[in-house]
Write a protein that binds this ligand. Structure first.
Ligand code: PLP
Length: 872
């Protein structure tokens, strides 16, 4: 259906500006900033404006076409924007003249075929808020005010949710009664907030009736309203009435006024949120490049939105007319707009998307002012303000605790804002990054209740699966017994017992235990002990190794990408190829290393297993050169490879062994370094040195209770045996798959620490990807572009397994051609079969895709380019 919409320049200056800006460069460059720019301009030239007259040759003009607007439902509409040649002030000063122009615009629209006409800004005020034009005909009209109210209230609700404001406990000031938008907003808010303060220019009978109906206070002055309520919805027709400096800290203003009700120029303040109300994003199916002011980049005023919705719905009927808007109709148009894909979830400020950091700054500024967070409880200005006004401070406690599932709604947004915007951004368009709300055994659940088989198992932290009942029971029991939290320089029975059990299970020679909270801390403890016990500074490690990301363990981690921005790292560190005994012998010859640190299977490096006999021979070489052997079993330990420790496979006896990940049973962080008694004594065996290396949380009760339960479960459920059996099932089947599917190069690993390596992408495809960037600028931005291109099959596999088959996997970070296969150790035969059939489908799909793309590129190279650029 066809629709039209009437607009007018906000000010004479804007009008001139828009006419001058024929090339549209100004708007293109400024984007929606132009709104702010125009408002400032308006204020700066207020005096000039008084004298501005309507020029003689002024006429209604068609300013934009909104052709073929499609909603995701398939509905379509075509629109035209007509501008009347009067600015806001002259419309109010000379409504008769404005109405003549509006009639002319409506007639033009009707001639074109429009069946509903929306009235933008002031055109929706004069002529009895659309009543006059509705009676005159010949087409239906709407002020669009219902959807404007809906959007403004949605913004208020979103702002409250984002800032932990409980609307029910708040006073709200509604400025602009008895205007239609303010009146409707007040009626909707009255039962939903603590109390309402209505503000009108004068005490009119209408405003008084409204105040009586809503049992609200009616004020004619804005400052007392701003002092009494920190939530403000403002929708006047005159604009420029709220002085931002007078807003109290913690205020949220939803400004629906055009021009704004907030008086410019506006000095930036972190402790108030100034939001534009009545805006929304058009559906993603609609073009976002119309040059209509405010429509730029998909943002529209909802008076236009309502007109579009009516056209999409084929409803050629008058909708929002007069001063009394119906609350049911407001909800109805809001629901219809959502059905057509209009998006009300975004907050706007001065017509632009609110920067995500603005919310973070606002929360910080207001939370830190709350009495319970200020240093002496009475110093904060927020508190003083209430004191001086003789009011009781509102309840400013943190939000009531919610379940994980309830918190999931905003989790991705909050993660993006506060934790890692890049991670969230990477997954935005492909559903790559999930929000999981529950885990039990071998499965995870997302917020929609969909279950996923977990083949990542916390990179080895969940050998027992999620929330193993025995570990939960043990932690619960420690809590119920009121086991001490952390007891420094004292004895904790749970820690002492766990140390005893670990030593009993560990390879011979390891007799002392240091408890930490993570893998990297266990490694730090190992490196420091080695230096202190040997008096040598050097540390030898392997290329492609991973030992953690704190500075010490990073220094022995063999991935230069992780090193780059953090140097200089520890001196005297050297790395040699993994599995190369000659290189090890050569390196140890000079006897300058305190220790050689090595993983039995390089997990992060791509599930690379040490060659048979390597660790035993390494032990011998270390012994002959008085170098300590540190075996890092943070990931391989506790049953992962089919034996309790991976070194048990060959009976290796390290001098130092590190553990973490699954030691806390998948519930509580816990790491440990085990070492020989004589080494410990050398490093820490005196009254002067016994406390040289400690950590506050090491050996806490909950962690050790979980650790004890973990060891018991590993034994009672014979998880090592299951890891071996399921590992063989996987290795055989994937080995077969590699024979049938060229894309799969091999499978390797041991037990349930496995990796599937994909073949590199064909040269044609690498050349093609690079060919799409002849300037080479992508290569500059992404230095390891080749590697990234080669990792595409692994990343696709992850995505298909996740989205299509409900199986959660990850690639090895330091070797993304390798898909990690690392489920919890209790994974069943049936679950493994399910994974294998999903993997088979996924690999064949990828193989097919690769072959088709490759042959298409080959053909196009053959016909158009005459030869591929082969990239190594
Ligand atoms: N060592 C190894 C072998 C690891 O695999 C890891 C982590 O993946 C670490 C150390 C570091 O552990 P965390 O991430 O707990 O610091």
């Amino acid at each position: 259906m066809k629709f039209s919409f009437l607009i007018h320049p906000l000010t004479n200056e804007t009008k001139g500006l828009m006419q001058l800006d024929k090339s549209r460069m100004l708007l293109a460059n400024w984007g929606s900033n132009i709104l702010r720019f125009c408002l400032d301009l308006h204020r700066a030239t207020e005096a000039m404006q008084e004298e501005a007259a309507i020029s003689d040759n002024a006429q209604v003009r068609l300013v934009d076409e909104l052709a073929k607007l499609a909603s995701p439902t398939g509905a379509q509409a075509d629109g035209r924007l007509y501008e009347i040649p009067m600015d806001a002030r002259s419309i109010l000063d000379n409504p008769e003249q404005a109405i003549q122009y509006m009639e002319q615009a409506v007639d033009d629209a009707a001639k074109w075929g429009a069946r509903v006409v929306g009235l933008g800004s002031m055109t929706g005020i004069v002529g009895g808020q659309g009543e006059h034009l509705a009676q005159r005909g010949p087409v239906a009209v709407t002020t669009g005010n219902s959807l404007t109210v809906y959007a403004a209230l949605q913004s208020l609700l979103t702002a409250c949710a984002e800032t932990d404001i409980d609307l029910r406990r708040e006073a709200v000031a509604v400025v602009g009664v008895p205007g239609s938008i303010a009146t409707a907003a007040a009626r909707w808010l009255a039962p939903r907030c603590r109390n309402l303060l209505l503000v009108g220019r004068r005490v009119s009978p209408r405003a008084s009736r409204l105040a009586a109906e809503l049992t609200a206070e009616l004020l004619v002055d804005i400052p007392p309203a701003l002092a009494g309520a920190r939530l403000v919805v403002s929708a006047t027709s005159t604009g420029n009435c709220i002085e931002p400096a007078s807003l109290r800290p913690g205020s949220v203003v939803i400004d629906v006024g055009v021009p704004t009700d907030l008086i410019p120029p506006i000095a930036p303040r972190d402790d108030v949120l100034l939001l534009s109300g009545g805006l929304a994003y058009v559906p993603v199916t609609m073009p976002r490049d119309s040059m209509f002011l405010g429509f730029y980049q998909g943002v529209i005023p909802c008076c236009l939105g309502e007109t579009m919705v009516l056209a999409l719905e084929e409803r050629a009927e008058c909708f929002s007319l007069g001063r009394d808007l119906d609350l049911d109709s407001i909800e109805e148009i809001g629901d219809l707009a959502r059905k057509h894909g209009f998006d009300f979830s975004q907050l706007f400020s001065f017509g632009q998307k609110l920067e995500s950091s603005a919310l973070a700054r606002f929360r910080k500024a207001t939370v830190r002012r709350r009495p319970e967070y200020s240093h002496n409880g009475t110093n904060g200005r927020f508190h003083d303000h209430f004191q001086t006004n003789g009011r009781v401070p509102p309840d400013v406690s943190l939000p009531p605790s919610l379940t994980t599932a309830q918190l999931a709604d905003r989790a991705s947004q909050l993660h993006e804002r506060y934790i890692n915007p890049i991670l969230v951004g990477l997954g935005r368009n492909n559903g790559f990054i999930k929000t999981f709300v529950r885990g039990l055994g071998n499965e995870l659940w997302d917020a929609d209740g969909k279950a996923y088989l977990d083949f990542v198992a916390g990179f080895g932290s969940l050998n027992l699966g999620h929330n193993h009942p025995a570990v939960v029971r043990a932690v619960r029991a420690a809590l119920e017994e009121q086991a001490p939290g952390f007891t420094q320089s004292a004895i904790n029975p749970l820690a002492a017992t766990l140390a005893e059990q670990l030593v009993a299970l560990a390879p011979p020679g390891l007799e002392m235990v240091f408890f930490a909270n993570s893998g990297t801390e266990a490694v730090e403890a190992a490196l420091k002990l080695a230096r202190a016990a040997t008096g040598r500074p050097g540390l030898l490690s392997c290329e492609r190794s991973f030992h953690g990301k704190s500075l010490g363990s990073l220094s022995v981690t063999g991935n230069p990408v992780y090193h780059r921005p953090f140097g200089p790292l520890l001196p005297e560190c050297q790395s040699i190829p993994f599995g190369d005994l000659e290189a090890l012998e050569r390196a140890l010859y000079m006897r300058r290393f305190a220790a050689f640190i090595v993983e039995p299977i390089q997990g992060e490096g791509g599930m690379i297993v040490a060659p048979a006999g390597y660790l035993r021979a390494a032990q011998e070489l270390c012994r002959t050169s008085d170098t300590l052997l540190i075996v890092d079993e943070v990931q391989t330990g506790l049953g992962r490879t089919g034996t309790l420790f991976a070194v048990d496979e060959e009976g290796v006896e390290p001098d130092i062994l590190t553990l973490a990940k699954s030691l806390g049973g998948g519930l509580v962080p816990l790491g440990a370094m085990l070492c020989r008694r004589d080494l410990w004594m050398k490093a820490y065996g005196s009254a002067r040195t016994f406390a040289l290396h400690t950590t506050t949380f090491g050996g806490g009760s909950l962690a050790c209770a979980a650790g004890l339960a973990t060891l018991r479960v590993l034994r009672e459920e014979d998880l090592c045996a299951n890891a071996r059996a399921r590992g063989l099932q996987l290795q055989h089947a994937i080995g077969d798959l590699a024979g049938r599917c060229h894309l799969v190069r091999c499978v390797r690993g041991r037990g349930l620490m496995l990796g599937l390596e994909f073949r590199p992408m064909p040269d044609t495809m690498v050349a093609h990807f690079k060919g799409t960037d002849p300037s080479g600028s992508i290569s500059l931005l992404v230095p390891n572009l080749d590697e990234l291109i080669h990792s595409i099959p692994g990343l696709y596999a992850m995505q298909i397994l996740l989205q299509t088959h409900g199986i959660y996997t990850q690639v090895a970070r330091s070797n993304p051609r390798v898909l990690r296969i690392q489920p919890p150790l209790a994974i069943t035969e049936e679950q493994v079969s399910r994974f294998l059939s999903a993997l088979e489908n996924t690999c064949h799909e990828l193989q097919f895709l690769n072959e088709s793309v490759d042959s298409t590129i080959r053909k196009s190279i053959g016909t158009h380019q005459g030869g591929a650029r082969v990239v190594g």
